[in-house]
Design a protein around this ligand. Structure first.
Ligand SMILES: O=C(O)c1cc(=O)[nH]c(=O)n1[C@@H]1O[C@H](COP(=O)(O)O)[C@@H](O)[C@H]1O
Length: 239
């Protein structure tokens, strides 16, 4: 059982290393880790990541959502491994060969660098997409069926887990067993606004449905008091 204060990876979606580091330091003890994603990485790069994580006692989820040919994605995995991320994301739509190449690159580079191997997570269907959005990109099937297909592909290709919405957690947990990591954004406490997220659930409902970790950004980072918001989520999870 993961303790409530370790469940949440807070999404630090800012281009500013100083702002990200200050918030990460304030939230240490109230969240399980930090997520640095595309906005941060495009603005601040690997040096920015180091500036945030140096001396910080929280695992790093590096959310780069890699999606390219196998050789290029494997190279990107090798390039970011010295940052010692605990999790890295890639798009399952890149296909089985791409995911296998990423897993092999992670294995080899971890051995070479003497670092723990990061867990590779496949992004399935973005939580900002509804069934109509999916149809508009040519996928005419229920969201849950598409997520289940992509998660199975990721599992067979050797990934450690997937990113999915809370709505799909129960089915994926049954399908892929207790050890497959379900990293789950689209989390909204009843007191927070949905913003651009469409497939959402409260933190406690998502964990009950089978989420391993929760990814939560704006409900914490945009709150008047981010530490109080994070504590409120821990309390709700503990109840
Ligand atoms: O890979 C992700 O983390 C991700 C996948 C997904 O389907 N939906 C999703 O929202 N995310 C990320 O999760 C975070 C959610 O942030 P909030 O909507 O502010 O809680 C953002 O940093 C997104 O990039």
């Amino acid at each position: 059982m993961i303790p409530p204060a370790r469940r949440t990876f807070v999404a630090l979606d800012t281009p500013e290393p100083n702002a990200a580091r200050a918030l990460a330091q304030r939230l240490a003890g109230h969240v399980g880790g930090i997520k640095l994603g595309l906005e941060f990485f495009c603005a601040a790069g690997p040096d920015g990541v180091r500036a945030v994580t140096e001396g910080l006692d929280l695992p790093l989820f590096l959310d780069l959502k890699l999606h390219d040919i196998p050789n290029t994605v494997a190279g990107a995995i090798r390039a970011v491994m010295p940052l010692a991320p605990a999790f890295i994301t890639l798009h399952t739509l890149g296909g089985a060969a791409m995911m296998r190449a990423a897993a092999d690159a992670a294995d080899e580079t971890a051995t070479q660098l003497g670092l723990p191997r990061p867990k590779l997570l496949g992004v399935t269907v973005l939580t900002s997409m509804s069934v109509l959005d999916l149809a508009s990109v040519g996928v005419d099937r229920p969201v849950a069926d598409q997520v289940a297909l992509l998660a199975d592909l990721a599992h067979v290709a050797g990934l450690d887990g997937v990113v999915c919405s809370p709505n799909e957690c129960a089915v994926l947990r049954r399908q892929l067993g207790p050890n497959f990591t379900l990293m789950v954004p689209g989390i909204r406490p009843v007191w927070a606004s949905a913003n651009d997220q469409k497939r959402i659930m409260t933190p406690a409902a998502a964990v009950t449905a089978g989420a391993t970790y929760l990814v939560i950004g704006r409900p914490i980072t945009d709150a008047p008091d981010p530490v109080q918001a994070a504590q409120r989520i821990v309390t709700e999870l503990a109840a």
